[in-house]
Design a protein around this ligand. Structure first.
Ligand code: KG4
Ligand code: ZN
Length: 347
């Protein structure tokens, strides 16, 4: 049997396909981003995303096969993201994968997008990862901690109460008049600002009444931080209108102080979860894991706690199909395939 898996990813605003050999060797990695389409709205517009996937998906799969020097005859299985994500976007990838599996008689493998983000952190150096470990998945749609027992077994510890960290970057970028996606544009501006200029809040969940003796609770919330930025640009008066970006004098300091607050919150909560579980490693995955300040702060504080922090290469942090094909291979080997009744789900 061939050991090439074709991975397909269309859960949000990237149409992606990749061919990976034996879950490890990347033969092709094609990602077509819709970011420019959504830029004028400051975030992803679901219907625009679904239609754009529909236009792109055939060409993206063809390119992934071509660049891998393969045809469908060489493929052992088709792996596809089925959840979570925008339903209209997911359905495009799932329909394409089903059509290929049906016409070619290939096994179909369903992949959970967040589990695939975590898997991306282990794919590049699997021998260095010691399970169990704690994973932080931090992107535009998700901010959550997982207890990872193996590539195939992970359990949610806690998820954000409201906004995802990437969503907070995108919304604050909108307030500051920066381009979408907000993460890269905020971190570029933050390089010229002072991260200590403004003390924005770092969320930490409250200890329940009577629970003072137990472990500190772990959790995330970013909507309060986003509101704090909004009130700051309104001069501390919530009733004032938001000024146009060119009338915000301390934009670089706001960007740097906001980025510092997000990163510190992510680091504190992740290392607290790792400590409580006795994990010696943390994996950080998802688009926000590209952030250089998050990488530096997590690495520095993890070392101080005797913990090793792992990050995928930036191109495997944001949405891609290499991680889908990689985890798809593990699931195929474990016999976890799907039938043609396979459905997609937003959560
Ligand atoms: O994983 P991803 O590509 O898509 C989702 O599954 O959401 O993550 C996209 C998110 C966006 O919110 C973007 O602003 C954020 O990742 N992001 C960053 C950086 N690069 C991308 N956030 C902070 N710093 C970055 N350098
Ligand atoms: Zn993602």
């Amino acid at each position: 049997m061939s050991d090439l898996v074709l991975g397909i990813e269309s859960s949000c605003d990237e149409t992606a396909a990749a061919v990976v050999r034996a879950g490890r060797e990347v033969r092709s990695n094609v990602v077509v981003s819709q970011a420019a389409l959504h830029a004028e709205f400051g975030g992803v517009v679901p219907e625009v995303a679904g239609r754009s996937h529909l236009e792109a998906i055939g060409g993206v799969i063809d390119r992934a096969l071509d660049e891998a020097g393969a045809t469908l005859d060489d493929i052992a299985a088709v792996a596809v993201t089925t959840r979570p994500g925008l339903i209209g976007s997911l359905l495009v990838g799932v329909s394409a994968a089903k059509a290929l599996a049906w016409t070619r008689g290939l096994p179909l493998v369903d992949v959970h997008h967040i589990e695939a983000h975590v898997h991306a952190a282990t794919m590049e150096s699997p021998e260095e990862v010691r399970f169990p470990c704690v994973a932080l998945v931090v992107s535009g749609g998700h901010t959550a901690l997982y207890d990872v027992q193996s590539p195939l077994e992970m359990e949610l510890i806690v998820s954000t109460l409201d906004d995802a960290a990437g969503e907070a970057f995108d919304k604050v970028a909108w307030i500051l008049g920066l381009s979408y996606p907000g993460g890269p544009s905020i971190s570029a501006l933050a390089a010229q600002g002072d991260p200590a200029a403004i003390r924005f809040p770092r969320y930490s969940p409250k200890t329940p009444h009577g629970g003072a003796a137990g472990p500190k609770p772990v959790g995330f919330s970013f909507s309060g931080l986003k509101t704090a930025v909004l009130y700051h640009v309104r001069g501390g008066d919530a009733l004032q209108p938001t000024p146009p970006p060119d009338r915000i004098p301390d934009r670089a300091d706001i960007a740097a102080s906001f980025q510092e607050a997000v990163c510190e919150t992510l680091v504190i909560q992740t290392l607290r979860a790792a400590e409580q579980r006795g994990a010696r490693q943390v994996l950080v995955a998802g688009g926000v894991a590209c952030n250089q300040r998050l990488r530096a702060l997590m690495t520095e504080r993890a070392v101080a706690n005797g913990v090793h922090a792992f990050f995928p290469s930036p191109s495997y942090c944001t949405d891609n199909a290499v991680m889908i094909a990689g985890l798809g291979w593990e699931r195929l080997r474990a016999g976890r395939t799907a039938d043609l009744g396979l459905d997609a789900a937003p959560r």
